[in-house]
Design a protein. Structure first.
Lengths: 365, 365
């Protein structure tokens, strides 16, 4: 074993079949780029490993594709999700299903990977009596956090509350298309128990998608949300034309703010999640060099347009994750009287929404 | 104070004049890009802050510049180091001096920033009786390590042994030209004592060059050497055409190997140096996205040329730092029977020198 394995990693999951679980049935609720990429891996593993039901169902919101028929039929006959994961062949045991109750029927492992704003109605449906198996577990691959006044919640916590089942969190340096093309990468799964670690590791781990379970659901969830705020700062740096030193400094400071924020408001979390794991430092790097938050933030500086304008022009009106999270995080910190403890997050908000001069980004960091 | 300040940072240096040191005289031994950039900052601070002798001397190896006279005269009249830091005006209190003994005469603060291979003759000269002031201190900004069989030494350790004075280490995400252009950045100074922290902080800290002293000389030294090995791996990833996920995974794994290596062979070092400080994670990011180690490693994959060929073609025969360190580190680990503990370092060596297939980089990480 490499000497740099942390105490977290010592918690090495056994494979699900070694532990003699009942046969597991996987359902994926969501079919965007990331949902489809995760569903592909889960289906490949379900087909190959012992202990899984062969068929993996993926929820697809039904619609008519002009000249081709229903979307589920198109996906199930072509075995490609043309819109969200073009040119990537999907395994034949991955089946697109339009009725949510049929997706999760008898499923023991529910992967939740819908856009943030669809979570509430999905949980509403799943919480109805008889929809979920009593021994089901969930995992959230949804980025973001939920803020209400001076309260902040992770999605796994909301899912556990609403569905009454354990919920893990998945995050890491995982650009969907690269994962789908089997480029080597790692992901982190924050789990509430050793059983969750063993099962989710079995669902997702493969030679080119290395899964590291850690006992920090909140850390994995918060990192996935807050990295996008830091990526905006990285985009501001790019937009102002500064080089690698400045960007690396902003990433370093941002990573420390991410860890400190999570530790302050979720005290059972671990700063190792940020410093040592894919969900922390690696995801931050990928997002701050390649992601669309960085890109839009660069355009924000260079064009002088508002984020609302840029979202309209570049994202067809879709809300930019980092901007939404920067706003929510700021409002939460403001409600708690703690903005001064997080100068980078606070400045990203003020530059984004209050016309603060981006050159002041570096003051008092 | 921001909540993410670590125990290291609590060790906040007072300014040198608050502590009522004798007047300090700064000497910079070296005048390449990085030496000149550091000398510029030191001279700006010496001119502005209390407690410093106004003049800062910088060692320049004398030569005739055709049609312009002696190099020291050219630098001292133009106040530019045209060859190594073109277009950057240097403060007039920074004086180029060709005789090493005159550079360090009466100096209490010696900045050593010569290329690795010149360190031995420089130390030979400085160690002669009467050359250094008895109360002098040194700081090393030299990248690399010294390996002899199964022994490994940092440059600050060698400097302390040879000169009998305390030696700190400086490292961080610091591309010389960006520092010289006053782009915001951070640096880390590993110090042996609180007095060293206060003095070196005063020498270098400025609004756009933030200095964080930490009590880890070995960590700062080793990080500056080992990051270049990881940057080669990052270049291999780029050369093979993989994307951000894979590169971030390699950086994450590399950072853990860097910290583990340092902890194993320099047990008093701290893993926080790698995870939290500019000399660690930030320097690794900058080097792995922008540096010439990365660039040459990408070319190594794409062209199929050896590193010796690439050094000849791209670096005028100069040895690539990461390649030298990869070789030394491997030889050291091999002598210690510890190669299997550091799979990434070992593979970088074998890909670089033994024709190992670069696609195996990801196996068993």
């Amino acid at each position: 074993m490499a000497p740099y394995v942390t105490e977290f990693d010592l918690y090495e999951p056994q494979s699900a079949d070694d532990r003699q679980f009942a046969i597991q049935k996987i359902a994926v609720v969501g079919s965007g780029s990331w949902g489809t990429a995760l569903a592909r891996i889960a289906a490949l593993n379900a087909a190959e490993k012992k202990g899984f039901n062969h068929e993996v169902r993926m929820w697809v919101r039904e619609r008519e594709i002009p000249g081709q028929g229903l979307l589920t039929d198109v996906i199930n006959s072509s075995h490609v999700n043309h819109r969200y994961l073009p040119d990537v062949p999907l395994p034949h045991n991955l089946v697109a299903v339009s009725e949510l109750v049929n997706v999760v029927k008898d499923a023991t492992l529910i992967v939740l990977v819908v856009p943030h704003q669809f979570l509430t109605p999905v949980l509403e449906e799943l919480s109805k009596p008889g929809v979920l198996a009593t021994d089901a577990r969930a995992i959230s691959a949804i980025k973001g956090v939920e803020v209400a006044g001076d309260q902040i919640y992770t999605f796994p916590w909301l899912i556990e509350q609403k569905l009454g089942i354990p919920c893990s969190a998945l995050g890491g340096a995982n650009i969907a298309m690269e994962v789908a093309q089997s480029e080597f990468c790692e992901t982190t799964i924050g789990v509430p128990s050793k059983d969750d670690a063993a099962l989710w590791h079995a669902v997702f781990d493969s030679p080119m998608f290395r899964v590291h379970p850690i006992e920090d659901v909140a850390g994995v969830s918060l990192s996935g949300a807050l990295k996008n705020v830091v990526a905006l700062a990285a985009g501001f740096v790019d937009g102002m034309g500064y080089g690698g030193n400045t960007k690396a400094a902003i990433l370093r400071i941002g990573l420390l703010e991410m860890a400190a924020f999570t530790k302050e408001f979720f005290p059972s979390s671990s700063s190792l999640t940020f410093s040592h794991h894919s969900a922390g430092v690696a995801d931050l790097i990928t997002t701050s060099f390649g992601g669309r938050n960085r890109k839009c933030a660069e355009a924000f500086i260079k064009t002088g347009k508002t984020f609302a304008q840029l979202e309209h022009e570049l994202l067809k009106g879709q809300k930019l994750q980092g901007v939404a999270t920067a706003e929510e995080t700021y409002q939460f910190l403001h409600a708690r009287g703690r903005t001064e403890g997080y100068p980078l997050f606070t400045k990203v908000y003020k530059i984004s929404f209050e016309g603060m001069d981006p050159k002041t980004l570096f003051d008092d960091l």
